[in-house]
Design a protein around this ligand. Structure first.
Ligand code: CTP
Length: 430
């Protein structure tokens, strides 16, 4: 039996190694068995540290997690129904524990019926051979590789292969997982697996999958580094229709993705008010270019996108062409006008406008917005205006807004000038 302790020592950080040894010690104490499993094992062969640690326990996983969390002063979140839990250590290492289980699918794409069972059954239910390997963490035999389906052979052949012919019928989300993995690892879906995948797509079995499960896989796909190649491969498999029947692969998509990447890195390097950007959502907006407003709304509802995500998708659909037309116009535009156009939009929408804006003028105006205007506030505050005798209400907000616009346009340059102007405005209404 192959032992991978040395390889683990080489590729895992010291804290991960210590943690895995600790898991081994606890399993001895509790008289159960613990195995490292899934992506962490796969990536070990590629010498990439996968920070998502999955451990299967032949025994009570929740009880096990509680013990580890207690010993490490970590935090545990348990899901009793599924016999799973997640422990987060004080060093922020996250470990998912599951009880070894067997799954049977009553009908295609249904949620599986879960029974707790042996470790071998657990491996048999998995998606691809490269994901169905495990490493023993038990003190006796720590580092021993368990590879019933020749995952190592497939890693050497650089191929993605299912464990059995019903894999994509049982769980069509594996179509997206397979394509993702292929492009991420630079592997190839082997011919028989590719045929099974095509058949499952042709029969549209994915339509029976619960939409939120598909949504999660779509989002993970959009977060891949090799996104264009992943989308291209989805197109080759006719798998884009899993997302929406009208999605198309345009010739200029690769260029648009590059422009989005450039806009986002510009933002990260230059914007004074940085906040984290949901880049995957920007890619999704672009993919929906050919889909109508109603079609986009239908997608957002069906896949239960979060309110904020939905609003961003919709606002791009509704406003992008109008805003871009104005921003690309050759005539002079006041900063307050740029502000009024862009401030209500999310950064994701604005960055996409920057990426797709064909004129340097439009791009420049968006950059200026991020640089100077975004989040600008007046020096005069509410209390100053109250002191002028203005009562709270719409007029109050109007005064602040007017001061801000003059400030943006460079007419008011300090607090005194703002206060002077506020007095004038207040008098008009007193
Ligand atoms: N798995 C599966 N079928 C699915 C989802 C997951 O068989 N539809 C199994 C695979 O063995 C996988 C493991 O569960 O390796 C963990 O799943 P996940 O954490 O989603 O993926 P990873 O393989 O760890 O890959 P990634 O690096 O993308 O997180």
């Amino acid at each position: 039996m192959k032992n991978l302790s040395d390889k683990m020592q080489q590729c895992f950080s010291q804290s991960t190694m210590m943690l895995l040894k600790r898991v081994g010690a606890i399993s001895k104490h509790m008289g159960c068995k613990a195995y490292l499993i899934g992506g962490t094992v796969r990536d070990l062969f590629l010498c990439k540290e996968n920070l998502d640690i999955d451990i299967v326990i032949e025994g009570d996983a929740i009880h096990f997690g509680e013990r580890l969390a207690h010993e490490l002063h970590g935090i545990i979140i348990s899901h009793k129904r599924f016999g799973t839990c997640t422990v987060t250590t004080p060093e922020y290492i996250k470990i998912d524990f599951a009880t070894a289980r067997r799954e049977t699918y009553a009908k295609p794409a249904a949620l599986p019926t879960v029974e707790f069972s042996s470790f071998r059954d657990d491996l048999t239910r998995r998606d691809f051979t490269v994901n169905a390997m495990a490493i023993s963490l038990n003190e006796e035999g720590f580092g021993n590789l368990i590879d019933f389906f020749d995952g190592v052979g497939d890693i050497e052949k650089k191929q993605i292969k299912v464990l059995h012919d019903k894999s994509f019928v049982d769980d069509p989300t594996r179509i997206l997982r397979g394509i993702r993995l292929e492009k991420r690892l630079g592997f190839t879906v082997e011919p028989h697996t590719a045929n099974l995948m095509r058949k499952s797509i042709e029969k549209e079995i994915y339509k029976r999958v619960q939409a939120p499960r598909l949504r999660d896989e779509i989002i993970l796909t959009l977060k891949e580094k090799e996104l264009f190649h992943t989308i291209k491969r989805m197109d080759e498999f006719r798998a884009l229709k899993i997302v929406h029947p009208y999605l198309k692969l345009h010739e200029d998509l690769s260029g648009t993705f590059t422009a989005i990447d450039e806009a986002c890195s510009w933002y990260n390097d230059n914007s004074p008010r940085k906040r984290s950007i949901e880049k995957w959502l920007i890619y999704l907006m672009v993919l929906f270019n050919d889909v109508s407003y109603d079609g986009t709304l239908y997608f957002c509802n069906k896949f239960e996108l979060k309110r904020g995500e939905r609003l961003r998708m919709i606002s791009y659909k509704r406003q992008s062409s109008k805003v871009l037309k104005t921003l690309n116009a050759k005539r002079k535009i006041l900063p307050s006008k740029i502000y009024r156009l862009l401030e209500p939009l999310s950064h994701e929408v604005t960055l996409l406008l920057m990426a797709v804006s064909r004129s340097g003028l439009g791009k420049g105006r968006i950059m200026e917005f991020f640089h100077k205007y975004n989040g600008m506030r007046t020096a005069v505050k509410g209390d100053d205006i109250k002191a002028l005798g203005v009562k709270a209400g719409p007029h109050f907000a109007k005064i602040v807004e007017k001061i801000l616009y003059k400030k943006l346009n460079g007419i008011l340059n300090n607090r005194e000038e703002e206060l002077e102007y506020a007095k004038k405005l207040a008098k008009r209404r007193l």
